[in-house]
Every structure is written in C-alpha cells, then in structure tokens.
Design a binder for this molecule. Structure first.
Ligand code: THU
Length: 161
C-alpha cells in the first residue's frame, strides 16, 4: 500500500506595513535595530533578530561572520544564545527576523536557514511553548507563523534519542 501525503502550513501575510498590528511592528523595529550590529563583510547580507520574552524583555541578535566562513553565526542563533545565557528560564513568545543587502534590496521576507529553524525548535521544546516567527525584508509583506514547526515539517526532537 502506497500513500501520497502532503504538508499544509497556515500563516498570516500582512500585505502592507499599514496592515500590521502594532505589537508586530514594534518587534520588527527591534529586529531592524538588532540588524545594525550585523558584521557581514563577506556576504554583505545583514540579518537582525529580536526575541520577545514572556517577561516582556527584548533580546537582540545579528549575524556575525568570520574569515573562516563556516564558523559565522546567524542572527537567530546569536539572539537565542544571548537569551539562553541572560535569561535561561524565561520562555520566548516571538522572534522577529529581518534582513537587508546593500547591492540587492530585500523586498520579501527572508527565510531562516535550516540550522536556525532547528535551533528555534529546540527553544520551543526546552520551554514547552510555541515561538511565533515574524519575517519581513526591508520592504514588502510580513509573514507570521504561529510556531517554527510550521516551517519545519518532520522535526527532529529528543523523542528520537
Ligand atoms: N544568515 C542569518 O543570519 N540567518 C539565516 O537564517 C540565514 C543566513 C546570515 C548568515 C550569513 O552571515 C549571511 O546571512 C549570508 O548567508
């Protein structure tokens, strides 16, 4: 017996900045602030991430590259590592992620890489709370996912170990 199955993910798309609720606007503005700390002399692709914790605190992260390319850090994992160090027991409600590129302006939401999706998923598992994922480029639409699981089908977790 053979079956064809399909994945379905639902997410919200705000078509213009005017359509976006204030709390998402505010966290996206924090991600844009975070992006200012980006160190990306090799790719010239700047990424900023802002976490909103259950206690209302905001934690920033940005991508940090290295001349030894593979050891660079993505913005999402920089922010998650900062949160895990500063407030290890505080749950994370949301992460806003934005990106910019000097030679090729980003007009659509940037997709988090696979390693960052898995790392955000680990934070959901650790805190037993879904993390809302908010994505936007420099301009254009904003996407909001209720959980990283919507961006990570067939997720790998401790249940396999
Ligand atoms: N980057 C991130 O910061 N987050 C992602 O999810 C995708 C990629 C960074 C890594 C590198 O510094 C630059 O973007 C280009 O790949």
């Amino acid at each position: 017996m053979k079956k064809e199955l399909k994945y379905v993910a639902t997410y919200t798309c705000y078509e213009t900045w005017n359509d976006v609720p204030d709390h998402y606007k505010n966290l996206m503005k924090e991600a844009r602030e975070a992006l200012k700390g980006s160190y990306a002399p090799y790719s010239n692709f700047n990424v900023g991430a802002a976490l909103f914790l259950n206690n209302g605190k905001i934690i920033h992260g940005s991508n940090q590259e290295n001349a030894s390319y593979p050891i660079g850090f993505c913005a999402e994992r920089t922010a998650l590592s900062a949160a895990a160090s500063i407030a290890p027991h505080e749950k994370i409600k949301s992460i806003a992620i934005t990106c910019s590129c000097a030679h090729n302006p980003v007009s659509e939401p940037g997709a988090p890489c696979g390693i960052c999706r898995q790392t955000i998923f680990e934070a959901e598992c650790k805190h037993k709370q879904d993390i809302e994922v908010i994505l936007m480029g420099e301009t254009g639409e904003m996407y909001v996912f209720k959980s990283i699981k919507d961006l990570l089908p067939l997720h790998f977790d401790a249940g396999f170990l």
